[in-house]
Design a protein around this ligand. Structure first.
Ligand code: ZN
Length: 92
Protein backbone atom coordinates (compact mmCIF):
# COMPACT_ATOMS: atom_id res chain seq x y z
CA UNK A 1 0.00 0.00 0.00
CA UNK A 2 1.17 3.52 -0.69
CA UNK A 3 4.43 4.71 -2.18
CA UNK A 4 2.83 5.21 -5.56
CA UNK A 5 3.69 8.86 -6.00
CA UNK A 6 4.72 8.60 -9.62
CA UNK A 7 1.57 7.11 -11.01
CA UNK A 8 -1.23 9.50 -11.85
CA UNK A 9 -4.55 7.72 -11.56
CA UNK A 10 -7.10 8.11 -14.29
CA UNK A 11 -4.62 7.84 -17.12
CA UNK A 12 -4.60 11.52 -17.95
CA UNK A 13 -1.02 11.57 -19.15
CA UNK A 14 -0.84 11.33 -22.91
CA UNK A 15 2.04 11.65 -25.27
CA UNK A 16 3.81 14.90 -24.65
CA UNK A 17 3.71 16.80 -27.91
CA UNK A 18 2.52 20.19 -26.79
CA UNK A 19 5.75 22.08 -26.75
CA UNK A 20 6.08 25.49 -25.09
CA UNK A 21 6.86 26.81 -28.56
CA UNK A 22 3.53 25.68 -29.89
CA UNK A 23 1.72 27.10 -26.90
CA UNK A 24 3.37 30.45 -27.44
CA UNK A 25 2.57 30.32 -31.12
CA UNK A 26 -1.08 29.64 -30.45
CA UNK A 27 -1.24 32.35 -27.77
CA UNK A 28 0.27 34.88 -30.16
CA UNK A 29 -2.15 33.97 -32.89
CA UNK A 30 -5.18 34.24 -30.63
CA UNK A 31 -4.05 37.62 -29.32
CA UNK A 32 -3.25 38.92 -32.79
CA UNK A 33 -6.59 37.91 -34.23
CA UNK A 34 -8.60 39.14 -31.28
CA UNK A 35 -11.51 39.97 -31.31
CA UNK A 36 -11.89 37.43 -34.08
CA UNK A 37 -12.11 33.85 -32.94
CA UNK A 38 -11.27 30.78 -34.97
CA UNK A 39 -12.74 27.35 -34.66
CA UNK A 40 -10.50 24.37 -34.00
CA UNK A 41 -10.22 23.25 -37.60
CA UNK A 42 -9.38 26.75 -38.85
CA UNK A 43 -6.77 27.15 -36.11
CA UNK A 44 -5.32 23.74 -36.84
CA UNK A 45 -5.03 24.67 -40.50
CA UNK A 46 -3.39 27.99 -39.68
CA UNK A 47 -0.87 26.41 -37.35
CA UNK A 48 -0.44 23.33 -39.51
CA UNK A 49 -0.98 20.96 -36.64
CA UNK A 50 -3.52 18.27 -35.94
CA UNK A 51 -6.70 19.18 -34.18
CA UNK A 52 -6.26 16.94 -31.10
CA UNK A 53 -2.86 18.46 -30.56
CA UNK A 54 -4.32 21.91 -30.96
CA UNK A 55 -7.02 21.23 -28.40
CA UNK A 56 -4.45 19.89 -25.96
CA UNK A 57 -2.38 23.01 -26.39
CA UNK A 58 -5.41 25.24 -25.98
CA UNK A 59 -6.30 23.37 -22.81
CA UNK A 60 -2.85 24.06 -21.42
CA UNK A 61 -3.23 27.75 -22.21
CA UNK A 62 -6.58 27.92 -20.46
CA UNK A 63 -5.22 26.16 -17.40
CA UNK A 64 -1.86 27.90 -17.33
CA UNK A 65 -2.97 31.42 -18.27
CA UNK A 66 -6.55 31.53 -17.15
CA UNK A 67 -6.42 35.30 -16.81
CA UNK A 68 -5.70 35.57 -20.53
CA UNK A 69 -7.57 32.72 -22.15
CA UNK A 70 -10.93 31.09 -21.66
CA UNK A 71 -13.05 28.63 -23.51
CA UNK A 72 -16.30 30.24 -24.56
CA UNK A 73 -19.03 29.56 -27.05
CA UNK A 74 -18.19 31.53 -30.19
CA UNK A 75 -18.68 31.41 -33.89
CA UNK A 76 -15.86 31.25 -36.39
CA UNK A 77 -15.88 33.15 -39.68
CA UNK A 78 -16.37 29.78 -41.39
CA UNK A 79 -19.66 29.35 -39.57
CA UNK A 80 -18.60 26.68 -37.11
CA UNK A 81 -19.81 27.28 -33.59
CA UNK A 82 -18.22 25.61 -30.58
CA UNK A 83 -16.47 26.16 -27.29
CA UNK A 84 -13.48 28.02 -28.65
CA UNK A 85 -10.33 29.53 -27.32
CA UNK A 86 -10.93 33.21 -26.58
CA UNK A 87 -8.52 35.86 -25.49
CA UNK A 88 -9.66 37.92 -22.54
CA UNK A 89 -7.72 41.06 -21.92
CA UNK A 90 -6.41 41.07 -18.39
CA UNK A 91 -8.32 43.44 -16.16
CA UNK A 92 -11.09 43.96 -18.68
ZN1 ZN B 1 -13.54 28.03 -38.71
Amino acid sequence: MGGDLGAAPGGRARYQVTTPDLRRHLADLIKTEHPFVYCWSCLAAKLRIEEPKLRDTAQMLVVGQRQDFVLARRECACGASDQLLVYTKAGA
